[in-house]
Every structure is written in C-alpha cells, then in structure tokens.
Design a protein around this ligand. Structure first.
Ligand code: CA
Length: 237
C-alpha cells in the first residue's frame, strides 16, 4: 500500500509552516520527506527520489531559485514554488526557470492540494504524449486534436490557425500557468517587441469567440502580468 503513495519533498525552513504542510500532506495520503535548507533539499532529492517538490524560495543557506536551477540541470521533476514575496515578476521568473507552478503564502489547504494534484496529473499526461483520437474536455468545451476543431455545446468555434494553436498549446499544459514568453516561444518560436501584444490580441479574440465576457474567466484564466492557465482535464477522450 504505502509504496503506491506519491512521495513529496517539502523544502521549508520555517518549522511552523513545515509542520502544518507536512500534516496536511500526510492527511491527504502523501508520503512526505522534509528538508529545511537548500543543501539538505539536494541531499534528500538524490536519496529519496521524490515525485514532486514543494520549494520555499526564502531559504537560510541559498536562494530557492538556485536550488531550482540545480534541479533543472538534471531533472524534470515537478516543482511547486512556495513564497511569501511574489509579485508578477517573481512568478514569471520562477516559471521561466522551470517551476511547474507556484503558491503564494499565506495559502489554504485546498489551494495547495489542488495545485499538487494538477501538477502531478499534468506531468503524467504530458510525458505520455497525445494519443490518436484524443479529445480535451472542459465543461461544454471540446477540442478535437485530430480535426483541429473546437466546439462549445456542440457548436463549432471558428478559430484562426494561430488562435487554434494557442488553445491547443494551453490545453496540453492544462492546470499549469504558462508565462507569456513560454506561449510565445511555443507558437511563434521567437520573441520580439510586438509578441506580447500579438498574444494578447489573439487571446482577446479567442475569449470573444468562446463567448466569454471581459473580466469573467471561463476555460482560460488570465493572470495579469504573468500568463494564462487553461482549466480542465486532458485525459478525457
Ligand atoms: Ca522561508
């Protein structure tokens, strides 16, 4: 039984938060390994081969970003960054350095657990590749990858090639906040001065065609200054 549990390495120097999160994770049936600084984190990582790492950025011996960079040199293990001091730039930086997601302190149990589930699921599906005939479903929205078509309540949504490519890319990373630059790289392959504007114009058109009113997030969540996240579960179909 116990060896079927996901193993999570929790890197956090504050004992209060460490104990609180450890208890929460154990109650949610995860196996927990603890580290209270960056050196210990690297040691625990190589000794215990966890399935996911929750990484506090403010560590006593080194910046959590350094730990993240070191990890990324050898591994694509899912990392959720935990930090009290996150403005948009910090979030973008963490994501562009390879973090899968972030949670800002103070956070609720439900929020962290949801991010963990989504990150583990996303990691599992993206490594297995897209199956032929696969469809993505979120609510009444369906993406048929083979036909390159999007329907809402059975009605075809007429998207341009670029708009479709953006929607498909976000759906393949659903549950994960994708930064503007990650999306731009995925769609256009390069980034120039007009890229962010071009992306935003395309996104505005997509949301209009999806029938989403400005400021009312549905299907695709926009975090201003950071990026976009598509909700849903691409294991459907
Ligand atoms: Ca800290």
């Amino acid at each position: 039984m116990t060896n079927n549990k996901y193993k999570i390495l929790l890197v956090e120097d504050e004992a209060n938060i460490r104990n609180f999160v450890e208890t929460m994770l154990e109650n949610a049936d995860y196996q927990v390994v603890l580290a209270e600084n960056g050196e210990m984190a690297k040691l625990m990582y190589s000794s215990y081969h966890p399935d996911l790492i929750i990484l506090d950025l403010g560590l006593p011996d080194m910046d959590g970003m350094t730990v993240l960079d070191d990890l990324r040199r050898e591994s694509s293990i899912p990392v959720i960054v935990l930090s009290a001091r996150m403005d948009e730039r910090d979030k973008v930086l963490a994501l562009d350095h390879g973090a899968n997601d972030y949670v800002t302190k103070p956070f609720g149990n439900a929020e962290l657990l949801a991010r963990i589930r989504s990150t583990l699921r996303n990691n599992r599906t993206s490594s297995s590749g897209r199956r032929p005939g696969a469809k993505f479903v979120v609510g009444d929205l369906v993406i048929d990858y083979d036909a390159r078509q999007v329907t809402i309540s059975g009605q075809r949504v007429k998207l341009t090639q670029t708009e479709y490519n953006i929607v498909a890319l976000l759906s393949e990373h659903c549950g994960k906040m994708m930064t503007y630059s990650a999306i731009i790289k995925g769609i256009w392959g390069y980034q120039d001065e007009g890229s962010v504007k071009r992306l935003q114009v395309n996104m505005a058109n997509i949301r209009r065609k999806f029938g989403v009113k400005p400021g009312a997030p549905k299907y695709i969540i926009n975090e201003l200054g950071v990026g976009y996240r598509m909700e849903g579960d691409r294991e459907n179909g």
